[in-house]
Every structure is written in C-alpha cells, then in structure tokens.
Design a protein around this ligand. Structure first.
Ligand code: 5GP
Length: 178
C-alpha cells in the first residue's frame, strides 16, 4: 500500500448497504405526502446525499447549504458561520439535513436552529458517520450511518485539505499536524 493511501475503515459494500437501509427507512417515515427537501451541507455530504436521495422511493427535492469549515485544520473551534443558505422555499416542507460527519455536534446544532427560521413542517437529521465520544452538545441524529472512534476519516465525500473526497470507501489517515 502507498503510504498516502488511507486505511479502509468502512468498506464500499458496507456503505452501500447501510445507505440503502437508511433510504428505505426514510421512505417509510416520510410517506405522509408532505414534500421532503433534503438539505445537503457542502461539500462533504455531496456523495452521501446523492446515494441516499437515489435510494428513496418517495418524491424529494434537494437543496444545499454551506457553513464555514475547519479549513485545513482538524481542530473544531465550535464556531459555525453560514456561508450559503438554501435557495428554494422550504416553508411547510419536511427538511432532512444531510451531514457528512458529526464530531462535536456544534455544526449540526447550529444548522437545526438555522433551518427553523425557514418555518419547515419538520426538521430531522441524517449523518453518514458520528464520533460519539467527541460530542460536546446534545444533538439528535435521526438517521445515522456509522459510529466511529476519534480518528480523522476521509473518503465518500470527506476530505483532508480537499484530498481524498472521491475515495469510494471511508478511510483513516493521520493528519501531519495530529
Ligand atoms: P462538529 O461541528 O460536529 O464538530 O464538526 C462537524 C464538521 O467537522 C464536519 O462537517 C466536517 O467538516 C468536520 N470534521 C470533523 N471530523 C472530521 C473527520 O474525521 N474527517 C473530515 N473529513 N471532516 C471532519
């Protein structure tokens, strides 16, 4: 293995089957006929959102938001700032926030509060992975792919300094500044 190749933590097959399970569950839970809007958090959620959305058997639309990120660092400051809001009208619709990873939980908590200002019918959350031991705030992930330990993960949308987002699996790297 190349020394820069991330070590596999969650395989492509495991991701595929878990995402399909989540999509089936979401399709059942949102069968009330109210419009479902999946709100992806750029950029990390893009691949997860694409697969999740295509696994649904109910009508849905997609929107994107962007928040300030850690940049090239791997330390959470807890400070979150909205960089881009949704463009469509989501009032009265079911909102499902789709995140790549929940670490301290500050970002997701901020996003839930922010979405409330759009007066949706409901707000729920989906995340591909969560670092359960790192939680600093109480935030519910309604649809969770996988719980992982405290390690920096890349792939399936997740990056380190913009690298490795398009890996088909979730891998672990040791950032140089860790
Ligand atoms: P939180 O606000 O929950 O501490 O952090 C959430 C954000 O931190 C994620 O959306 C992501 O941008 C970043 N993040 C935290 N841990 C990781 C990780 O292991 N890998 C990557 N690629 N991003 C992470």
């Amino acid at each position: 293995m190349n020394e820069n190749t991330p070590e596999v933590l969650i395989s492509e097959e495991d991701i595929r089957s878990r995402v399909l399970q989540l999509a089936e569950q979401i399709s059942v839970d949102y069968a009330d006929g109210i419009d479902l809007v999946m709100v992806g958090v750029l950029k990390g959620s893009v691949i997860f959102l694409a697969d999740l959305a295509r696994g649904l058997s109910i009508p849905r639309t997609i929107e994107f938001i962007a928040v300030s990120s850690y940049g090239d660092s791997n330390v959470s400051s807890g400070a979150v700032r909205l960089v881009m809001d949704v463009r469509g009208n989501i009032e009265g619709k079911h909102v499902l926030i789709v995140e790549d990873i929940v670490d301290t939980g500050h970002t997701l908590k901020y996003l839930i509060g922010m979405m409330k200002s759009h007066r949706p019918a409901s707000i729920k959350t989906a995340a591909l992975v969560r670092k359960a031991d790192k939680a600093e705030v109480d935030v519910t992930v309604d649809y969770l792919g996988f719980d992982i330990g405290d390690e920096w993960v890349v792939g399936y949308g997740l990056d380190y300094a913009e690298q490795n987002r398009t890996l088909p699996y979730i891998g672990v790297i040791k950032p140089p500044d860790a």
